[in-house]
Design a protein around this ligand. Structure first.
Ligand SMILES: C[S@@+](CC[C@H](N)C(=O)[O-])C[C@H]1O[C@@H](n2cnc3c(N)ncnc32)[C@H](O)[C@@H]1O
Length: 228
């Protein structure tokens, strides 16, 4: 499948979808280097969601597969990214780690999977990137098993607060180059019937937040109570 034939929602303009793909195509060769400061936060996020070998795991916006080395080698893993070069790099990293990963070109805002297909969904550094984060959260919730869990790791404004003046000032450039600095997590989750069920862990001066979310009516609530 080519990136042009990927199912895309019509909500965002064509130029926005084009630029969203093009910028990450350009970053692909240096992404590992750019994302190195985020590794510790990523590792902690994955530890918190505690994936097991029996889980069906979906990585949304996989990039070059940076999450793979922290996931169980035997798990059934599917990865989706809208940039073919990122998908190629995910496949190559999986091979190097001797992991079996089904990496596909696709749009996280309109996933080609049945409802209830995955036990664990990783939303790492993607909700702040996509033009329509509500659609991405809703799709993550749709394909998640009713007792599944979602690992979230991204830049969000603290819950219930306005973005600071600094964030607002930097946002036009940040949004153009990488990702939005002014998004709040909880409204995205609640419209998808998801809720945070772990304490939120922040890193890099509070810019990044890691948390586990689950369907609001999940039966097993073994992830403790949510608190800041
Ligand atoms: C900031 S990188 C995050 C990569 C990886 N998840 C990580 O944690 O390092 C964002 C990734 O999302 C991909 N992406 C952007 N928009 C997307 C979309 N609509 N559907 C699928 N992937 C998308 C980009 O190609 C890029 O690889």
């Amino acid at each position: 499948m080519t990136s042009d034939s990927v199912r895309s929602p019509t909500a965002s303009p064509g130029w926005m979808r084009w630029w969203n793909r093009t910028r990450y195509q350009l970053y692909a060769p240096i992404y590992d280097w750019l994302a190195r400061p985020l590794e510790e936060g990523r590792k902690r996020a994955i530890e918190q969601v505690a994936p097991s070998s029996d889980d069906r795991i979906l990585i949304l916006g996989s990039g070059p597969g940076s999450d793979l080395e922290y996931l169980p080698r035997e798990a059934e893993i599917t990865a989706v990214d809208v940039v073919p070069e990122m998908v190629r790099r995910t496949t190559s990293k999986a091979g190097a780690l001797n992991m079996n990963v089904d990496a596909q070109v696709g749009d996280v805002q309109a996933l080609p999977f049945e409802d209830d297909s995955f036990d664990v969904v990783l939303l790492h550094l993607i909700l702040s990137v996509v033009p329509d984060p509500k659609a991405a959260a809703a799709e993550a919730a749709r394909v998640l098993a009713s007792n599944g869990r979602v690992s979230i790791y991204d830049k969000f404004v603290p819950s219930g607060t306005e973005p600071s003046l600094l964030r607002k000032a930097l946002n036009p450039l940040a949004r153009f180059l990488f990702s939005d600095l002014t998004r709040e997590l909880d409204p995205l989750l609640s419209q998808a019937d998801l809720e945070v069920v772990t304490p939120r862990k922040s890193s890099l001066g509070g810019l990044y937040t890691a948390a586990v979310a689950r369907p609001i009516h999940a039966v097993d609530t073994g992830y403790g109570t949510a608190s800041e």
